[in-house]
Design a protein around this ligand. Structure first.
Ligand SMILES: Nc1nc2c(ncn2[C@@H]2O[C@H](COP(=O)(O)OP(=O)(O)OP(=O)(O)O)[C@@H](O)[C@H]2O)c(=O)[nH]1
Ligand SMILES: [Mg+2]
Length: 1123
């Protein structure tokens, strides 16, 4: 296998039409890294014998140990296509047609991504940089959750996919399917994949239609000037209704070439065109026609030698052509090879296929090896896959025209077929990006999708490089000479001219080095500025250049994800490009420049880029936006084992935060360092990185901290019939600020009346549970609520959101989900705020007689207090548990919205209007820190029924009262909450796993032990596997994966995906009261009360009061002692 040199690759970087940027996507363990091994072997990076075994791109130790990829990594490959070109000629004029061959080189920038859900952010970063994707589906497991996710990712990012049906060998050897069964099985899988694509397509279509309808309506609303206008409009309406949209290009079908069949581990793969070209001559059928019938229910009539369809079968048992001509051949090879006793069949096959198999391989007892060498020659995987890539996936020149408008201008709608690269209205910069312009004067636009860390010793400047033969000869002579001199041999002998020349040359080479050992084959090339600390970590940006040519020494602007060209001073810095690299898997190859359209690595950005960034030669460039990363769910607190090493930990955390797209590092108010990770495996990787690379210290890690939510049920509280009884057990917050009103018992459930400490102000709050559909709607709408809060003019968006909310309440009323239905009439029109963090799933509603406030944020807008910027500050104040990020710890200041600090003028009567902001703030605080165990509240609506200020207090300053009101109101919310029977909500994972029937019992046992709930159980067609979907509380999930693997001896491996919060229907404050209950469950019933157990654990962790009997059965212990 010829080794491809980096120089060959670099020279191809200029040929933009010959570049393909692709990533490999799939569900976990479907064979991505194994497949990339085969592609690497074709470039001589690894030996073909090792391909599929070493998983070269899994370069981390833990990746190799566990067999799971944990990061995406890039590598550049070269692919040669030899084209046979038939030169035109006619028989008439005497010139016969001739053919010649032409070689074409392609540069493939390949990114292998992880399939485990914990690392799904790595998939986002990979697909952002690529134009095409190989989506691998394991034919045994079929379409899995992550298959769906990666197809969606490719769809959203406009990345063109090719499907690879992998592990076909398992259908033959493990599942013992016949070729026909395998064909039906694979047909099913393809249908499933296409059904997913159809859903994406129709979703987009519906959105498109809705948008067009809106546009037409808006035009309609504008007064039309002429009859023609009106007609044009009407025809426009008809147009989009009748528009015939072609969706055929989105589906996968072998005849189109976008489906590859193969086995990565055995190194073979094919597309049906390969068999079409083999059989076209033999069958006397045109290749193009054969291509159309080689997949699907088409049969070759043995009598007529004609292709017939299913209907013409007329009961005959013919096999589909795909089975007869493709699969049966492969099955025959497997049969022959695994038949150890009779090797003659193999010899026959080898001869028929005209392959050259080494006699050593032929004689080998290792059938797998023989199989690999036969199949690898007959249907080499790399050629089939890379030919499909080159043929079907777009070059950056084509892809950027389609992909970049959406990435540069996500807010605009760009209709298909509009070529913006030639659009005169587009800016020069935009056009350069769409055209992938690499010319020297084109503006430079580079996107960095993630930062990854490389130990300093692995950087090319510090790498040991191979010496050439000449260099080695020189060195050898030099050493010999030195030895001779030192031994005093022939000290006075004069040197020959040749020896002198060599001596001079080698002295130049070995400047500053002592005598080197004779046998040394490699040497370190001294770097111009070698880092002093060799075990340092360097961060390299994983980047793609969309326009211009980036060169070392250039000065570029670094634009943060929030950068806006209208404010060029914010989120922008400048750098001088220091190092550029060709990504070669485990290695980096230094480059001087990279032209547009390439994926590459860039160093020296540590101080400028956190996770993603855009680099440009002009500040007019827009930021190419951050990536959507799912919120991490598993959090742990960390501390160094040796307390004096706190600084190292902080530095390490900073590096980790930068180098991992989905980890979040926070410094809590308590001073604790907390990291949030996507799952248990991700956490493990982060800890390993911290200990071994980033902080290099021993670290102690708390048990995982799982989030809970607090909510209320439809039933009155069991323990607190009057307000405040459960107080002792609740979170203690500024209680002394409030005093209770006298007759609380007369009020309906969930009501609280409190006075401020100086008795001048009365607040009356009532809490009611929100109906479930409204809660779900508020959770779903979080992003849109946030965008309304952040934008300055969003009139129509506010209306839109509120009308949808009204619809949800109407649905809840119809379904009978409202507690006290009469209470909810017109509730949306009196909406005050959402909370916590102003976007959460709880509502504050104004029921104060005489206080007319405009709905939601309209009120603040009307009174001029509201700007999106002050809102941002408030947002930050409540951002994730009021914690601060390590980077900008000074930003965590709390801000009270719209407070009027001035004195009150003479005739102004103080009322709710003056304390609108305080009340909102205390609602935010009350919902952020619930009364049960200080976790956020979910699904509660607080009605402010009364708010009165005494005549005596009318002369006070607003500022002096607002503190007391804030505390009292917060307390009132808390007590109103406890008027209902409270519930904990558990974070849930949805868990999907496949398991063979014989281990099902064990799987269920593990699930049951961990309080999982089975949702569905289906047998996978044609396989002995069951697909089990279940829900599992996150709090019970730690160690679940290992547990399942151990109990089933590795037969089942689950995927856990966070699916939201679910009510645990148990009152944690419930205690047995009747005699029977007392007898059965004991005085406290704590063993039965799971909610109580969870609650107490959280309270204990947070240092809150937990009622405990420390010594139980003390007498018994005494008696034992006496014995
Ligand atoms: N029988 C068979 N096994 C395969 C094939 N391809 C991959 N495997 C095996 O499947 C397992 C997983 O392969 P990987 O290449 O690590 O899978 P992956 O998709 O990279 O996995 P992640 O990166 O962790 O998501 C390994 O044990 C491979 O040997 C195949 O074609 N046939
Ligand atoms: Mg992998």
């Amino acid at each position: 296998m010829p080794v491809i040199t980096p120089e060959q690759l670099v020279s191809l970087q200029q040929a933009r039409s010959h570049i393909r940027n692709i990533c490999i996507l799939a569900h976990v363990d479907h064979g991505k890294t194994t497949l990339s091994d085969c592609l690497l072997a074709s470039n001589g990076i690894i030996s073909p014998k090792m391909s599929g075994k070493i998983r070269y791109l899994d370069s981390r130790e833990d990746e190799q140990e566990r067999g799971i990829t944990m990061k995406s990594s890039g590598i550049s490959l070269l692919f040669k296509i030899i084209k046979h070109i038939t030169l035109a000629g006619t028989v008439d004029d005497g010139t016969l047609s001739q053919s010649k061959t032409e070689e074409d080189d392609y540069l493939i920038n390949l990114i292998d991504s992880p399939g485990h859900v914990d690392f799904s952010s790595e998939v986002s970063t990979a697909s952002r940089l690529c134009d095409g994707a190989l989506v691998i589906v394991d034919t045994v497991e079929g379409v899995c959750t992550q298959t769906h996710t990666v197809l969606k990712q490719a769809w959203v990012e406009n990345v063109r996919p090719i499907v690879v049906l992998n592990k076909i060998d398992r259908l033959i050897t493990e599942l013992k399917m016949t070729p026909t069964e395998a064909y039906i099985h694979m047909k099913n899988i393809l249908e499933q994949v296409n059904a997913i694509m159809a859903v994406f397509y129709s979703e987009d279509l519906m959105q498109d239609d809705a948008r067009k309808f809106e546009e037409v309506q808006q035009k309609n609303a504008a007064p039309t000037t002429s009859k023609e206008d009106a007609e044009a409009l009407a025809s426009g309406l008809e147009d989009w209704n009748l528009e015939d949209r072609d969706d055929s290009n989105i589906y996968f079908s072998p005849e189109k070439g976008n489906v590859i069949f193969g086995s990565a581990v055995d190194g073979w793969a094919f597309r049906i065109n390969q068999f079409a070209s083999i059989y076209a001559n033999k069958l006397g059928i045109k290749e193009s026609l054969l291509l159309k019938v080689l997949w699907g229910d088409f049969y070759l009539d043995p009598k007529t030698k004609r292709v017939i369809g299913y209907r013409s079968l007329k009961g005959r048992s013919l096999k589909p052509m795909f089975v007869q001509f493709a699969l049966e051949n492969i099955w025959a090879v497997y049969d022959a090879v695994f038949n150890q006793t009779d090797r003659s069949k193999v010899e026959k096959i080898v001869k028929a296929l005209n392959l050259k198999i080494l006699p050593r391989d032929m004689r080998s007892k290792d059938s797998k090896m023989l199989l690999q060498s036969i199949c690898g020659q007959w249907l080499p995987l790399s050629s089939s896959v890379l030919a499909a890539v080159v043929e079907l996936l777009p070059s950056p020149l084509d892809a950027q025209r389609i992909r970049m408008p959406k990435i540069l201008h996500p807010e605009r709608h760009i209709s298909a077929g509009n070529d913006l690269a030639e659009d005169a209205d587009a800016s020069e910069l935009d056009r350069a990006v769409y055209r992938c312009d690499a010319s020297a004067n084109a503006p430079i636009v580079v996107y960095i999708s993630k930062m990854f860390s490389v130990p300093a010793k692995d950087l090319p400047v510090n790498k040991r490089v191979q010496l050439t033969a000449e260099e080695m000869r020189l060195r050898k002579m030099q050493t010999l000479r030195m030895r001779q001199e030192s031994e005093g041999q022939h000290p006075n002998r004069s040197l020959s001219t040749e020896e002198l020349r060599l001596k001079r040359l080698s002295a130049l080479q070995l400047q500053g080095e002592g005598p080197a050992p004779l046998a040394e084959m490699v040497t370190a090339v001294p770097a111009p500025e070698q880092p002093k600390n060799d075990d340092h970590e360097h961060l390299i940006g994983f980047a793609r250049i969309y326009s211009g040519t980036i060169k070392t020494g250039q000065t570029l602007h670094v634009l943060g994800p929030k950068y806006d060209p209208r404010f060029p001073d914010k989120y922008r810095s400048e750098i001088i490009v220091e190092q550029l690299y060709l990504l070669m898997g485990r290695e980096l190859q230094p480059l001087d420049e990279v032209p547009a359209g390439n994926v590459f690595g860039i160093g020296g950005l540590d101080a400028h880029v956190l996770k993603t960034a855009t680099l440009s030669s002009t500040p007019e460039c827009r930021s190419l936006g951050g990536l959507r990363v799912d919120a991490p769910i598993v959090r742990v607190a960390l501390e160094p084992k040796d307390p004096t090493q706190m600084n190292q930990l902080r530095e390490g955390l900073k590096l980790l935060n930068q180098a991992d797209p989905s980890v979040e590092v926070v410094l809590q108010e308590t001073g604790e360092h907390v990291i949030l990770t996507a799952g248990e495996l991700h956490l493990e990787r982060c800890l390993k990185d911290l200990k071994e690379r980033f902080a290099k210290i021993e670290i102690q890690c708390s048990p995982p901290i799982v989030p809970f939510r607090e909510t209320i049920s439809k039933f009155p509280s069991l323990t607190a019939t009057t307000t405040g009884e459960a107080k002792d057990d609740t979170v203690d917050t500024d209680d002394d600020e409030a005093t209770e009103a006298k007759p609380p018992a007369a009020l309906p459930t969930g009501s609280t009346v409190l006075y401020t400490r100086n008795k001048t102000c009365k607040v009356h709050v009532r809490a009611l549970p929100l109906p479930p559909n409204v809660v779900q709607f508020l959770i779903k709408s979080e992003a849109s609520i946030k965008s309304v809060l952040q934008s300055d003019d969003s009139g129509s968006h506010i209306d839109d959101l509120l009308s949808k909310l009204k619809e949800e309440f109407a649905i809840a009323e119809k379904e009978g989900d409202l507690v006290e239905p009469e209470k909810w009439a017109g509730v949306v029109d009196r909406l005050w705020a959402f909370g916590p963090k102003r976007i959460g799933p709880n509502m504050l509603v104004n029921n104060i007689a005489g206080y007319d406030r405009a709905v939601w944020i309209r009120n603040a807008k009307a009174s001029g207090q509201y700007t999106s910027s002050n809102n941002n500050e408030l947002d930050r104040a409540f951002d994730d548990d009021a914690r601060e990020s390590l980077e900008d710890s000074e930003d965590g200041q709390q801000d009270r919205e719209g407070q009027d600090e001035g004195p009150v003028d003479g005739d102004h009567i103080l009322g709710a209007k003056d304390f609108d902001g305080s009340i909102n703030t205390s609602f935010q605080l009350a919902t952020q820190v619930g009364p049960m165990c200080a976790e956020p509240i979910m699904g509660v609506c607080y009605f402010v029924e009364e708010f009165e200020i005494d005549a005596a207090a009318q002369t006070s300053k607003v500022s002096s009262l607002s503190g007391q009101i804030l505390a009292t109101f917060k307390d009132a919310c808390k007590q109103a909450f406890l008027g209902w029977s409270p519930r904990l909500m558990l974070a849930m994972y949805s868990c999907e796993l496949q398991a063979p029937a014989e281990v099902l019992g064990k799987v269920y046992a593990v699930l049951a032990k961990r309080r999982g709930r089975i949702i569905s159980e289906e047998m996978k067609d044609g396989t002995p596997f069951f697909n089990i979907k279940s829900l599992l509380p996150v709090v019970e999930s730690f160690g679940f994966n290992d547990d399942i693997r151990k109990r089933t001896s590795g037969a089942a491996s689950p995927q856990l995906i966070f699916s939201g919060f679910e009510v645990l229907d148990q009152d944690p404050y419930w205690v047995p009261t009747t005699e029977e209950e007392l007898e059965d469950l004991g005085e406290k019933a704590d063993r039965e009360n799971l909610a109580k157990k969870y609650l107490e654990n959280v309270r204990k962790r947070k240092g809150l009061f937990v009622e405990r009997k420390i010594v139980e059965h003390a007498e018994k212990q005494q008696t034992l002692k006496k014995k």
